[in-house]
Design a protein around this ligand. Structure first.
Ligand code: ZN
Length: 273
């Protein structure tokens, strides 16, 4: 009997996964087996790569791999056919933004254009106060004055602020992400208005408070959703898709992939703001 089709758009995720022993591939298979929304496509211990098709947040897959005792880093995202050498796959546009702020908030947001009308937005932000936080694409990739120089929400159509499902909204309005009790917000959303090619060179900002999606009574509601001060921001940069030149996110200091992963995974300071 065929399984019910996934309601969510799936994409391909390529992970580097620490596999140094005999049986590592089996351990990876066991870790991902039965995980809803995840289909394991390939495990290659010799290159330490794992390829899956997923309709759940990449962060959830990574957490599952790490829970099985293997360090894992997401290396690339592609459309459903990526990695099969099709023209459509190689044409998939992807971008990434590493979020930093003056405080302890850190995050990574990835964008994948799986079709002209569908952009997957994926990521995780740490160091947040538990609860909702507004997330927006802003017009400028200018971090010269912390996140203040990022400009307003990206709004090429001269619209009012709204929620991601609204007809009238800023293109950059992605709504809220939700931080759990540890201060981490892992998210995956699909957007019909955002296009990767329109936002490269702009910025992503996460805010201290909840975006009211333009439905509040505060004067800022129709402008910003009144989501409070900007906690962290990052410039949207074009990113490698699957199986492209495996550039590291940061090539600045010669760290190994695993060093970078460990640095990103240092225990976050106590959640605040
Ligand atoms: Zn807005």
């Amino acid at each position: 009997m065929a399984a019910a089709p996934a309601a969510e758009t799936s994409c391909r995720l390529e992970f580097s996964v620490e596999m140094t022993c005999e049986g590592c591939a089996e351990a990876v298979r066991a870790a991902l087996q039965g995980m809803a929304g995840v289909r394991l496509l390939d495990v290659r211990p010799e290159t330490q790569t794992v390829l899956v098709e997923a309709s759940v947040a990449a962060e959830r897959v990574r957490e599952r791999l790490e829970a099985a005792g293997r360090r894992a880093v997401l290396r690339g995202m592609g459309g459903p056919g990526a990695g099969e050498g099709t023209a459509a796959a190689t044409g998939t546009a992807a971008a990434v933004a590493a979020l930093r702020g003056p405080g302890a908030v850190r995050g990574l947001v990835r964008f994948l254009q799986v079709s002209p009308e569908r952009c997957l937005v994926e990521g995780a932000v740490d160091g947040l106060r538990p609860g909702p936080h507004g997330l927006h694409v802003h017009e400028f990739g200018d971090l010269s004055d912390d996140c203040h120089s990022c400009g307003d929400h990206f709004n090429p159509d001269g619209e009012r602020h709204g929620g991601p499902q609204d007809e009238h909204r800023h293109v950059g309005d992605l709504g809220n992400i939700w931080a759990d009790a540890t201060g981490r917000a892992a998210f995956r959303l699909e957007d019909s208005r955002l296009k990767v090619w329109d936002i490269v060179g702009r910025s992503v900002v996460v805010d201290a408070g909840e975006d009211d999606l333009g439905r509040g009574s505060h004067p800022l509601s129709g402008l910003t959703g009144n989501s409070g001060p900007r906690l962290a921001c990052g410039v949207v940069a074009r990113a490698a898709g699957l199986f492209e030149n495996p550039k590291r996110l940061c090539t600045c200091d010669g760290l190994t992939l695993w060093d970078e992963r460990d640095r990103e995974r240092l225990p976050p300071p106590a959640p605040h703001l």
